[in-house]
Write a protein that binds this ligand. Sequence first.
Ligand code: SF4
Ligand code: SF4
Length: 297
Amino acid sequence: MGTLPFLTDTNTLYRGTRSNAVEHIRTAILHGFDYAVAGAPVIIADGLNGKNVRRVEIQKKHFTEVSIAGDIAAADSMIVLSHFKGHIASGFGGAIKNLGMGCAPREGKRAQHNARPFTIPEKCSGCAACMKVCPEKAICVQKKKSVINQELCIGCFECMHACPDHAIDINWEMEVPQFIERLVEYAYGAVVGKENKIGFMNFLIRITPDCDCSPYSDAPIVPDIGILASKDPVAIDAASFDLVNQQQGYTDSLLTAHHHKGGDKFKGVHAQTDGYRQVQYAEEIGLGSIDYNLVRI
Ligand code: SF4
Ligand code: SF4
């Protein structure tokens, strides 16, 4: 029997049109991922309500085992297609983030999102912008101050981004490096059993400051670069990161750090997040190699 390809994604942690398989497939079709167009069906890998899960042993610092979407774990091989762009908590999102978050069912996504934001009352004007964007209805505004219900919060950071007064914050030094390491450990778990059977393509096109899960899209931070392909998720993200930073970017005037070739443009938009930690930690735990040889075709 030949290859039997399918298109896949996992349900989101936040509520929306990709948080259950029925609406998720409908959304996919509306975006052109239809059998008649792609010649392959869409299968939501963690099932109707995100409960199709396989535990994968990894024995790493944060997790001894991770939860991977059942149908991704069951697949023999994968081609991982990632839009390379900025992200408030991981600095940037590429192949590693697509593996770590993209292959995790809801319980796995929750395990990675350990940080919970808090309100700084003296800065809060009570405008309710945070309340309007919270996908979990975890925020209410009382006496002109926002209050976050930590039980309902899923740590998506949408509120922090929406607040015009910077009145919502997290403990960046503590929380973000841990979030990045958890994400990378999940990426490691997603490839277990598929060694040498995964291909990665990063699309360095419309490199926006924020993730595609945001309900808006800002202007790109650098001009379009192209498409990268590799068998190594660490090498492809390291190369993507370097290529972005080598561009003459629109955010150059905002740069605050120059710890890597050409400066870190993602730090120009998310100053407190060191996204490069993703590739460093990924190499440390054996997911791949930072070294790459770029062949232009
Ligand atoms: S991080 Fe903010 S927007 Fe996200 S669920 Fe928590 S309170 Fe709501
Ligand atoms: S968006 Fe910011 S200023 Fe407005 S209510 Fe929320 S925390 Fe307060």
